[in-house]
Design a protein around this ligand. Structure first.
Ligand SMILES: NC(=O)c1ccc[n+]([C@@H]2O[C@H](COP(=O)([O-])OP(=O)(O)OC[C@H]3O[C@@H](n4cnc5c(N)ncnc54)[C@H](OP(=O)(O)O)[C@@H]3O)[C@@H](O)[C@H]2O)c1
Length: 266
């Protein structure tokens, strides 16, 4: 009888978290999405009576306070596990190296805007909005989806110089997780930065450019993990992430771990 709230639940890993958690009919699963009418999440909710779709945009603090208030009416004011999964990037500048960031204040803010707004500010607002529910929950766990792309050894070994804003935002999340842990540990609340591995969440057919970019990434990742063959599927990633979340305790709180429960990112 546990309750879970997942942001960015419309697709990809967020939707897979909802699907796997809802399979246990004793769970209450709150799928927080920007558009509750989106067909994929409403279809999932229609198949699982324990899934509740709640409107929430993580870049809008007011919307998160409203989402937490709606969640409280469903769960009786408490929540066991919050998974902040939302993320957005600007595909137009994802391939930029740091030296390509322009000498222009506005353009630089725009360069960082989407990952910072969703992962970092969104992570803070989501946490703070749902904290009163988490305090009343039994498990008291808050999980932020991070990325191995924010691991300094990975950057050094792979030589990946692109994905600057994304990696900076995820590194910020890792520090925030440590700060929240320092503050909230005395209240029994555990916080984790969790990387899901390299996962195929692409919807629809991949263009030749996407396939080529994935080939390049695979070769770079093989500098860290020579046996790596490619991306894993959302089912495997989420299944492993849920095991790590299950094991989260006061000792592992504040850490940045992979879906394997360690620093094996791939
Ligand atoms: N896939 C990987 O290989 C991988 C690797 C490392 C880390 N991660 C991390 O794991 C998480 C999930 O990854 P994914 O591949 O499933 O990502 P994804 O397919 O891009 O999905 C991102 C989700 O975030 C939501 N979102 C975007 N902006 C939002 C906003 N302003 N408010 C609320 N929700 C918003 C999207 O909802 P909309 O439908 O409304 O846009 C979508 O549901 C992300 O944090 C990602 O950085 C993924």
């Amino acid at each position: 009888m546990s309750s879970y709230a997942i942001t960015g639940a419309s697709k990809g890993l967020g939707r897979e978290f909802v699907r796997q958690l809802a399979a246990d009919t004793t769970n209450t699963v709150l799928a927080i999405v920007r558009n509750p009418e989106s067909p994929d999440i409403s279809e999932l909710a229609s198949n699982y009576p324990n899934v509740h779709v709640i409107k929430g945009d993580v870049t809008d603090p007011k919307s998160l306070v409203e989402a937490a208030s709606t969640a409280a009416t469903i769960t009786g004011g408490k929540l066991d596990v919050l998974i902040h999964n939302s993320n957005a990037v600007d595909p137009a500048t994802m391939s930029f190296n740091p030296t390509q960031i322009p000498f222009d204040a506005q353009a630089t803010r725009e360069f960082f805007d989407l990952p910072l707004s969703t992962a970092v500010y969104g992570g803070i607002w989501t946490t703070n909005a749902f904290l009163p529910l988490i305090e009343k929950g039994t498990q008291k766990k808050i999980v932020h989806m991070s990325s191995g792309m924010a691991d300094l050894d990975v950057i050094k070994k792979t030589g990946i110089s692109y994905a600057v804003a994304y990696s900076v935002a995820k590194a910020s999340i890792n520090v925030l997780v440590a700060k929240y842990t320092a503050e909230l540990a005395p209240r029994g609340i555990k916080v984790l930065a969790l990387s899901p591995g390299w996962v195929n969440t692409w919807e629809g057919e991949k263009s030749p450019q996407v396939l080529q970019a994935e080939e390049v990434m695979l070769k770079q990742f093989q500098a860290v993990e020579p046996e790596l063959k490619g991306q894993i599927q959302p089912e495997e990633s989420v299944r492993k992430c849920l095991q790590v979340i299950k094991r989260l305790d006061a000792e592992t709180s504040g850490l940045f771990l992979s879906h394997n429960g360690d620093k094996k990112w791939l």
